[in-house]
Write a protein that binds this ligand. Structure first.
Ligand code: FES
Length: 171
């Protein structure tokens, strides 16, 4: 405490020198604060001006098909996907609708409940003519949902779909 008092007396005795030091110190704080503000600003700008990966990644698999990308025709309100979203000889899983749609042959669309009949995991991959559940390795046919391998006791349940123009509609 005595050292502090001596320091304060010295400061009062040399106001010009200490004043300059204080100005320099305040400037350093100001520069540091400005740096923090710049850093904060640069972190915020990309998130505010560009869509995040979740936004861009979610769009193609959203419940509504990309009507604007397919020529602007209005898709039915309950459309699941565009026919062009489903590869021939493959398929696509729609997690939010719990359905997997396949196209074993051109123009031949099939749909199945995406919940594995083993222990209820959602199937995770369509590889050619096979639908895979990677929880425990069950494999189902992309043509009829039958069990091709693994512990699943029964086929994937078929889901009714209709093709309306370029849209695949559940039901
Ligand atoms: S839940 Fe699909 S293999 Fe077990």
């Amino acid at each position: 405490m005595a050292d502090m008092l001596a320091f304060m007396k010295k400061v009062n005795a040399q106001p010009t020198t200490m004043g300059r030091r204080n100005v320099l110190a305040a400037g350093a704080v100001g520069v540091g604060a400005a740096g923090l503000l710049v850093a904060c600003g640069s972190d915020d700008e990309p998130a505010a001006s560009t869509p995040g990966p979740q936004e861009t990644g979610a769009a193609p698999s959203a419940s509504a098909p990309s009507a604007s990308a397919s020529g602007g025709a209005a898709a039915p309100a309950n459309a699941l996907a565009s026919t062009s979203d489903i590869p021939v000889g493959g398929g696509k899983i729609f997690p939010e609708r719990q359905v997997v749609v396949t196209q074993p042959a051109a123009g031949d669309f099939k749909a199945f409940n995406a919940q594995c009949t083993h222990q209820g995991c959602q199937v995770s991959q369509v590889q050619g003519a096979e639908i895979h559940c990677t929880c425990h390795g069950s494999i189902f046919s992309a043509t009829d949902g039958s069990v091709l391998g693994g512990p699943a006791p029964s086929p994937l349940a078929a889901q009714a779909i209709t093709v309306e123009g370029e849209s695949i509609v559940l039901g």
